[in-house]
Structures are given as C-alpha cells and as structure tokens.
Ligand binder design. Structure first.
Ligand SMILES: Cc1cc2nc3c(=O)[nH]c(=O)nc-3n(C[C@H](O)[C@H](O)[C@H](O)COP(=O)(O)O)c2cc1C
Length: 174
C-alpha cells in the first residue's frame, strides 16, 4: 500500500445539483453530498462559504437537491463554472415549483428533493450544511437504473457501473 496525498479521492462521488433562490433558481453541482437519516430523510452537502448558493440557502432557509440525467450533463458542468454572484443561471434548466418550500427543482430530474435547512457545521474550507427532506419527486418511469450520471471522480463524470450482487447474497452462499 502507498499513501494517497490528494484531498479528492479516487472513489465515486455522488453528483447532485443544488438549487436555491426561490423565484430565481440558482443551480450548482455538488459532489460533497450524503444522506444521514431515514425518518425523516436528512441529507448534507459540503459547501464553501463564498458560494452564492450558500447565501441563498441561508436567506430562504431551503433548497432542492436534484439528481441529473445524461442529457443535463452539459448544463450541470456549465453551472459549476459560473457563479450566481456574477451571472443569472436560471436559464440552464427548466423548472418545477416545489410544493412545500420556496426553491424550485429541475423539471425532468430523475429524482428531486425539497429540503429545509436544519443546521451547519463549519470546517476549514467547507461547511457541512444539513437539511431535512420534506418531499421527494421522481420522474415517471424511473427505476434504479435512471441514475446513470450521479457519479463523479478524478475530474470525470461517470455512469453508475454494473450490478455486482444483490444485498444479502453472502447469506445464501457458503
Ligand atoms: C462537478 C462539480 C462538483 C462540485 N462540487 C462542489 C462541492 O461539493 N462543494 C462546493 O462548495 N463546490 C462544488 N463545486 C463548485 C461549485 O459548483 C461552483 O463554484 C459554482 O459555480 C458555485 O455557484 P454559486 O456561486 O452560484 O453557488 C463543484 C463544481 C463542479 C463542476
């Protein structure tokens, strides 16, 4: 074994688009994303304080987390290189109004979650921002395989790979 020295690891990160800002949706991609509770669903993102997204979330108290499809990838990438501080990004996607919160979600997203800000834990360069999911939307016809582009690693966007085994398979085999 040798020591790994870079802060981004050679593992698949989830790729989501966080949308904040109420009537003027501001979409940005995030790879520091995770789920931490089931009832209610609690999720977290690692976000730099300077992001326009961060300011908007603190203002409105909510945001959406959107998983994306292959067709959305170019706009996802673009949203990551432009800040809402400098440019309006609402033209990158089409939008659906949320049912519980003020922020919008991406029309046609394989899965989109309405999230209320819960609390935050600051670290040295990112803030862990936790939120409670109050509504989850899935696109008609979506099954597990629709999340083809929810992965990012080593500056590349990846499809989720092959199914290897089913959960619990070890209990059926010697
Ligand atoms: C693929 C990708 C993943 C990213 N993941 C994160 C992340 O996890 N946390 C973060 O703070 N910024 C992340 N960024 C950077 C922001 O998306 C980028 O700075 C964006 O322009 C911020 O926009 P805003 O200022 O409108 O919020 C990522 C960018 C890309 C392209």
């Amino acid at each position: 074994m040798k020591e790994w020295k870079r802060p981004q690891l050679p593992v698949p990160y989830p790729l989501v688009v966080v949308v904040s800002g109420g009537d003027k949706p501001n979409p940005s991609p995030y790879i520091f994303y995770g789920q931490f509770n089931e009832h209610p669903v609690v999720i977290g993102i690692g976000i730099k304080e300077k992001r326009f997204t961060y300011k908007l979330i603190k203002e409105t108290g909510d945001f959406t987390v959107n998983f994306v499809s292959r067709e959305m990838l170019k706009m996802v990438d673009r949203a990551g290189f432009v800040s809402g501080w400098r440019q309006e990004k609402s033209g990158l996607f089409s939008w659906r109004r949320s049912s519980v919160i003020k922020s919008y979600f991406i029309d046609g997203a394989p899965l989109a979650m309405e999230v209320k800000f819960l609390r935050e834990i600051p670290f040295t360069d990112h803030i862990l921002l936790l939120g409670e999911v109050v509504k989850i939307w899935v696109r008609e016809g979506v099954d597990g395989r629709a999340f083809v582009l929810s992965s990012y690693s080593e500056a590349g966007y990846y499809r989720v790979g092959d199914l290897l085994e089913r959960w619990g398979f070890s209990r059926r085999e010697p």
